[in-house]
Ligand binder design. Structure first.
Ligand SMILES: Cc1cc2nc3c(=O)[nH]c(=O)nc-3n(C[C@H](O)[C@H](O)[C@H](O)COP(=O)(O)OP(=O)(O)OC[C@H]3O[C@@H](n4cnc5c(N)ncnc54)[C@H](O)[C@@H]3O)c2cc1C
Length: 400
């Protein structure tokens, strides 16, 4: 969109400046509003202008492709050592709904070495087809080999929608694929839908620090691409009696063309319970007071058979590694039990854990916002409460 200010109509009231979400995009010049190069054409100012001195014009973007050539919904099936990431199965279930609304087919895209067995999971969770890319060069995830083959496939088969898990791998190569195929990518979606009139994919994600939910469309380019975080979409019960078509994909990727070689995989964080998959999570925030106290969180998590998480404040302070962060810029989790210790309950933290089945909050401030989402709240000092809980659960475990 293009925004234009009609100087003769402007009365210099500055309401456009108040309405503009981008500081410095509109300035006053001799009592008249003037756009700067910080304007991104969102048009928020036009709605605020009482004297209709601001015009918003649609600009036509030509992508050079016929979007009608693109059909079908694809889900990238992420696997490691032949185990499918849960998020891929969640996305197959979500993709099924989108494909039904579009009246099109749903396909899983399976890459790996000796992974044909995995196609049955695609069908069990709702896919009509599976594209199978099988060979030693795809054994482990590598950015270039995986990007090259998916780009080849998109150019050959022309899917309308492609979904990826917002995992380390998904985040790494989905953006690269989007650039290569001249499409956009909406990262970290929390909701997907189909516009009933235009049939475009509506990709919703938090924006402006989680203060608004933005719905993004991609009207002129294909495929429409999105990443979705683990645990945001719900999985249905699989039906392993279902079958579908397997399309074996010929491709031009050769080992000698791949610039990275995997020499050794050192298992470290993976040996611990994965935060995204954990059924019980105990998280510590700034209220733990320092890195030397994080053991309190780890001890409680261990006795409950769960994983230890953290708020961003604890991570930013350098007390806890980033892979433990829960929230908008960390992991999205939905365990059966989430224990928040010394965490205030900022919206960005809640965005990553508020769908947990049971939330227990421990905080010394009875007014802390975390208590608004908590199933059970304990007002108290975590340095006293957490060791008591750990001791009690240990005793109960030993007694059984
Ligand atoms: C774009 C953006 C993205 C963000 N992403 C994330 C994210 O992914 N995850 C995230 O967590 N945050 C995120 N944040 C930061 C978020 O806004 C908060 O700053 C952060 O969650 C606060 O962490 P906290 O609750 O540990 O700390 P604080 O807000 O400082 O809260 C500490 C709490 O501990 C309590 N407390 C203190 N001492 C004790 C004690 N001895 N016993 C009991 N309670 C005690 C206090 O009463 C307080 O409620 C993001 C922010 C932005 C702008």
């Amino acid at each position: 969109m293009a925004v234009k200010i009609i100087a003769e109509e402007c009365i210099g009231c500055e309401s456009c400046i108040d309405a503009c979400p981008f500081p410095g995009a509109i300035v006053m010049d001799d009592g008249i509003a003037k756009l700067t190069d910080k304007c991104n054409g969102c048009g928020a100012c036009a709605d605020a202008c009482a004297v209709e001195a601001i015009l918003v014009e649609e600009t036509e973007v030509k992508s050079g492709i016929d979007i009608n050539d693109y059909k079908g919904v694809w889900v990238f099936i992420e696997q490691r050592d032949n185990h499918i990431a849960n998020v891929s199965l969640e996305l197959i279930c979500e993709g099924r709904k989108l494909a039904n609304e579009l009246g099109t087919e749903l396909a899983g895209v399976v890459l790996g070495d000796g992974v044909e067995e995995l196609t049955k999971y695609c069908f069990a969770y709702g896919a009509d087809k599976a594209y199978l890319v099988d060979g030693p060069v795809f054994k482990d995830y590598r950015t270039d080999s995986y990007t090259d083959v998916i780009v080849e496939m998109i150019n050959r088969y022309k899917p309308e929608v492609v979904l990826f898990g917002a995992t380390n791998n998904g985040r790494d190569f989905a953006a690269r694929i989007a650039v290569r195929v001249h499409a956009g990518l909406t990262a970290d979606c929390t909701e997907l839908g189909i516009d009933p009139e235009t049939k475009q994919l509506m990709q919703t994600r938090p924006a402006f620090g989680g203060n608004i939910m933005a719905t993004i469309i991609c009207p002129n380019h294909r495929p429409q691409m999105a990443t979705v975080r683990p645990k945001v979409m719900k999985k249905v019960e699989p039906d392993f009696t279902k079958t579908g078509e397997i399309i074996r994909v010929e491709n031009s990727v050769k080992e000698e063309d791949v610039t990275t070689k995997i020499l050794e995989i050192i298992e470290h964080a993976t040996k611990m319970i994965n935060l995204s998959e954990a059924e019980i999570i105990v998280s510590g925030g700034r209220g733990i007071g320092g890195p030397e106290n994080y053991y309190l969180i780890e001890n409680l998590a261990e006795v409950l058979g769960g994983a230890a998480g953290a708020s961003r404040a604890a991570v930013d302070a350098g007390w806890v590694p980033h892979y433990r962060q829960v929230g908008q810029t960390g992991k999205t989790v939905a365990p059966k039990l989430y224990v928040a210790c010394g965490i205030s309950g900022a919206i960005q933290h809640l965005a990553g854990m508020q769908t947990s089945d049971v939330i227990v909050a421990i905080n010394k401030d009875p007014e802390a916002p975390i208590f608004k989402v908590a199933t059970f709240g304990i007002v108290g000092d975590i340095h006293k409460v957490v060791p008591l809980l750990t001791k009690k659960f240990k005793e109960l475990k030993e007694a059984n």
